[in-house]
Design a protein around this ligand. Structure first.
Ligand code: NDP
Length: 336
């Protein structure tokens, strides 16, 4: 019998690809979604696949949110992707910190209590849990798995939504490593830490509901930039297909147990993306901005990423920026 994976947040952008790769590789998959409509949509993508089933988890921040799902018999692996990624924050704790932190701890505590057969929990963390924003551009520095964001709780609950989001990912990841040390469960933990993730979508979106990271490319082609190329929030990116595959490879490669992987394709600038867009889609002339907001930083003037561990241990082959931007934009122009 094929191994069974519990995937949390199957309706999300990254999870959509994790789900596709798991089913392609013939895993049995139980995925959590917030409501039946989302389950019905995912089922419609794989109508003949009897290896896919659903558990409704309306709010990952609720106490014992994952108990029902994790009590299901026969789960071998858990991939926990569900966590809010947006900057529409009115209450930092309720909107971002609680779901990220409580969601992760609910998965871990329920697994220890009810599913001693689970071998490994893979968690979608982030570059947000790596970067030290207080160090600024750090010319020449290469962030890697060794770096941990030193953000504090006071900073997390302040009025900068980007800091709150980064803190939510940092505290969630830190709590997983602490859990492992203190509770010594039967399972191992792996975290996948991507920077900004782009690429084609398998989940359902509209111009209003497009996921946060792809929205930054959508903004470059929908005319909303008014001819000014915005500065990027972070200069590192990766394609969604690489990120999703990393989650699946993490459960297949023994070397990945209790490891952290910085899954980054490298540096980008919005100016470079706009350049690609105008070459790939000449019909977008007039919509894609052409004037820089501030002079562009060269790669010597801003930090980069060391992705060698993900290449060596997971065997990732990174998709190029040009390809990723093309695949996403083609879909955005067809869909939205
Ligand atoms: P999406 O917004 O597409 O996915 C987020 C998922 O989490 C969705 O399934 C969403 O459900 C679910 N979710 C969020 N909050 C709750 C909640 N309170 N209760 C139940 N479910 C909830 O974003 P991504 O796919 O981009 O993000 C997935 C993961 O990847 C997150 O952990 C994010 O932090 C991380 N990440 C993303 C990056 C990116 O650039 N995209 C970069 C680095 C890390 P629903 O669909 O119903 O809203």
């Amino acid at each position: 019998m094929s191994p069974t994976v519990l995937l949390t947040g199957g309706s999300g952008f990254i999870a959509g690809w994790v789900l596709k790769f798991l089913l392609q590789k013939e895993y049995t998959v139980i995925t959590t979604v917030r409501d039946q409509t989302k389950a019905d949509f995912l089922k419609s993508l794989y109508p003949a696949d009897s290896k896919l089933s659903f558990v409704i988890v309306p709010d990952i921040a609720a106490p014992k949110a994952f108990d029902e799902a994790i009590k299901l018999p026969g789960i071998d692996y858990i991939i926990h992707t569900a966590s809010p990624f947006h900057f529409k924050v009115t209450d930092p704790v309720k909107d971002l910190l609680d779901p990220a932190m409580k969601g992760t701890l609910s998965v871990l505590t329920a697994t220890k209590a009810y599913a001693p057969q689970v071998k490994q929990v893979v968690i979608t963390s982030s570059f947000a849990a790596i970067i030290d924003a207080s160090r600024g551009n750090r010319p020449g520095y290469l962030y890697s798995e060794k770096d941990v964001n030193p953000v504090t709780w006071e900073e997390a609950i302040g009025d900068n939504p980007a800091t709150t989001y980064r803190a939510s990912k940092t505290f969630a990841e830190n709590s997983a490593w602490d859990f492992l040390k203190k509770e010594r469960p039967n399972f191992t933990v792996t975290t996948i830490n991507p920077p900004l993730v782009w690429g084609p979508m398998l989940h359902k979106v509209s111009a209003e509901t497009i996921n946060t990271s792809n929205a930054s490319i959508w903004a470059l082609i929908n005319g909303s930039c008014k001819d000014v190329i915005p500065n990027a929030r972070v200069p590192l990116w990766v394609d969604v297909r690489n990120v999703a595959l990393a989650h699946v490879l993490a459960i297949e490669k023994p070397a990945a147990q209790n490891q952290r992987y910085f899954v980054s394709a490298g540096n980008f600038s919005n100016a470079k993306i706009c350049d690609y867009l105008l070459k790939q889609f000449p019909e977008l002339k007039g919509k894609v901005p052409t004037k820089l907001e501030t002079p562009e930083l060269t790669s010597d003037e801003i930090f980069g990423s060391d992705n060698s561990k993900s290449i060596k241990e997971l065997g990732l082959e990174y998709i190029s920026l040009e390809q990723s931007v093309y695949d996403l934009t083609k879909q955005l122009l067809e869909w939205l």
